[in-house]
Design a protein around this ligand. Structure first.
Ligand code: FAD
Length: 298
């Protein structure tokens, strides 16, 4: 039913996969995601919809192969069928146009940012993209971002491409340069928690609204399990139902990071080997999630 119709390697760990899913393609709005189960016995995988082609009836996903299920999906071949795809899930991104928008993305967060940049551009906004990566090899979707952005700046930590440093190093001067833009300046950030927190702090100093795309551990994506609880404006909300986009000035990043650490999210566990070892010991994502909800809040 959900056949893989196209597949392409974008970097060492990231693959593009196009799936035949006409109903989802028809209903997709930028910022939304799907929950994918590669084979019947597998865990559900929340993945952002990067693009949809209503003529071909396909959706485009980008997979960062970090663990068991992402590697399973990334390893499937063209013409193979995926067991289940549910979506589109989550609220669409808020796209107020026309504005000048600074879109900051690192890692796989770029996949999520691309359709949002396109939506801003379609609405007549000036889109300034900022991509961050450790090395040139980890920069993804550069060509697609160049097509949609009025200006694209890239920072690599090792200096192997464009400017040396962090994406956040570029943000402050751009905020200052554009804060009095007559269209109004807004910020969007998608990627590591540290980057999103820093971008929001810089935007707050300049009194610029900022929205972020949170990437919590998510089990069912339907609001039933509660694993993707995040604290926003002092209230607990579900990223799968009320997000994944939130007002960055209201997100409690400390609480978010604590939850990620408890559940073994990527921020605390960047090494593939440690993830694999945990899996081998039977301590999977669901066990970590149950541990979190059974533990009293501090
Ligand atoms: C709304 C949303 C959209 C996302 N979009 C994308 C995307 O477009 N492309 C992409 O590659 N990834 C995306 N992710 C993250 C992706 O879902 C996880 O990397 C994936 O679930 C890991 O599963 P795994 O079995 O491969 O890894 P595991 O072996 O389970 O673990 C590998 C690492 O990923 C973390 N992780 C495991 N399950 C989840 C989960 N459900 N959510 C978040 N982190 C998890 C683990 O704690 C661990 O650090 C998105 C997550 C959310 C919540």
């Amino acid at each position: 039913m959900f056949r893989i119709v196209h597949k392409q390697r974008l970097s060492e760990d990231v693959k593009r996969v196009d799936l035949y899913a006409p109903e989802i393609a028809r209903r997709f709005e930028p910022g939304q995601f799907v929950s994918v189960v590669p084979e019947e016995q597998d865990e559900r995988l929340p993945l952002s919809i990067v693009d949809a082609d209503t003529d071909r009836g396909t959706i485009t996903l980008m997979i960062n192969e970090v663990g068991t299920t992402t590697r399973k999906l990334g390893g499937m071949a063209i013409r193979e069928e995926v067991y289940s795809v549910v979506g589109p899930l989550g609220l669409p991104a808020r796209v107020e146009t026309p504005k000048t928008v600074l879109c900051v993305a690192t890692g796989i967060g770029t996949a999520r940012m691309l359709p949002i940049c396109r939506a801003f551009k379609r609405g007549g906004s000036k889109v300034i993209g900022i991509l961050g990566a450790r090395t040139k090899k980890e920069v993804i979707l550069e060509a697609q971002m160049r097509l949609v952005c009025d200006k694209l700046m890239i920072a690599t930590q090792d200096g192997s491409y464009e400017r040396r440093g962090l994406a956040t190093d570029i943000v402050q001067p751009l905020l200052r340069e554009n804060r009095n833009d007559p269209k109004g300046l807004v910020v969007r950030a998608s990627g590591s928690v540290g980057m999103m927190r820093e971008v929001c702090a810089l935007a707050k100093e300049e009194k610029v609204p900022a929205r972020v795309y949170l990437n919590p551990v998510m089990v069912d994506g339907l609001g039933m399990c509660g694993s993707c609880r995040v604290k926003v404006g002092g209230k607990i909300v579900m990223a799968c139902l009320h997000g994944p986009e939130f007002n960055g000035h209201k997100v409690d990043f400390q609480d978010f990071e604590r939850r990620l650490k408890t559940l073994g999210g990527k921020e605390s566990c960047p090494r593939k080997e440690s993830v694999d070892n945990r899996r081998k010991s039977g301590f999977g994502i669901f066990g970590r999630f149950l541990g979190d909800i059974l533990r009293p809040s501090p």
